[in-house]
Ligand binder design. Structure first.
Ligand code: FES
Ligand code: FES
Length: 186
């Protein structure tokens, strides 16, 4: 039995500890946001946040998430609501600004890669409130391997990240929560 906090809920998972995390999320927990693309940690379609950091979930075993916090695409809005202290009806109605920006920019084409793009954008904006275009490109192309989009939605992704950054800063200001990185860019 492996204990993992998935989207804020503690789950006791019976899958063998060497099962790839992605299989457990999709098959045991029916969380189908993370996609199976390459299965080789090369494309990014399967990404999730593990203790706030993006991981390609097709390779690491379930055991690697033991006692840790996994956030999938399905958990982004609740993650944002928790970070901003929203609860009840307000939380239920709230999308993560990254999700909202993706909708407003009409970013996905076929959509297959977009789970990983949203997860990567969330990780980036939690550490850098005002990324430059260069920093956005770096975030999506560094690490294990670049996030791949066979449809070529890269320009729309950059625009969506910038839109989400603006929305997150406005929300933070309206709640009186201004991080140091935002002060320096104000
Ligand atoms: S399916 Fe995991 S990186 Fe491609
Ligand atoms: S939108 Fe089709 S693979 Fe990226």
């Amino acid at each position: 039995m492996t204990s993992v906090i998935v989207n804020g809920v503690k789950r006791e998972l019976q899958a063998p500890a060497d099962t790839p995390l992605l299989y457990v999320l999709r098959n045991d927990l029916e969380l189908t946001g993370p996609q199976f693309g390459c299965g080789l940690a090369q494309c990014g379609a399967c990404s999730v946040l593990l203790n706030g950091k993006e991981v390609r979930s097709c390779i690491p075993p379930l055991a690697s998430a033991s006692g840790k916090e996994v956030t999938t695409l399905e958990g982004l809005s609740a993650r944002w609501a928790k970070q901003k202290g929203l609860s009840g009806e307000a939380a239920a109605k709230t999308l993560h600004p990254v999700q909202q920006a993706w909708i407003e920019e009409q970013t996905p084409l076929c959509g297959f890669c977009q789970n990983g793009m949203l997860i990567k954008a969330t990780e980036l904006l939690e550490s850098n409130a005002s990324p430059t275009v260069s920093q956005i490109k770096d975030a999506f192309t560094s690490g294990v391997s670049p996030h791949l989009c066979r449809c070529g939605s890269y320009t729309a992704i950059i625009q969506a990240v910038q839109r989400a950054a603006g929305a997150m800063k406005r929300t933070a200001r309206s709640l009186g929560v201004v991080r140091d990185s935002e002060r320096s860019n104000a």
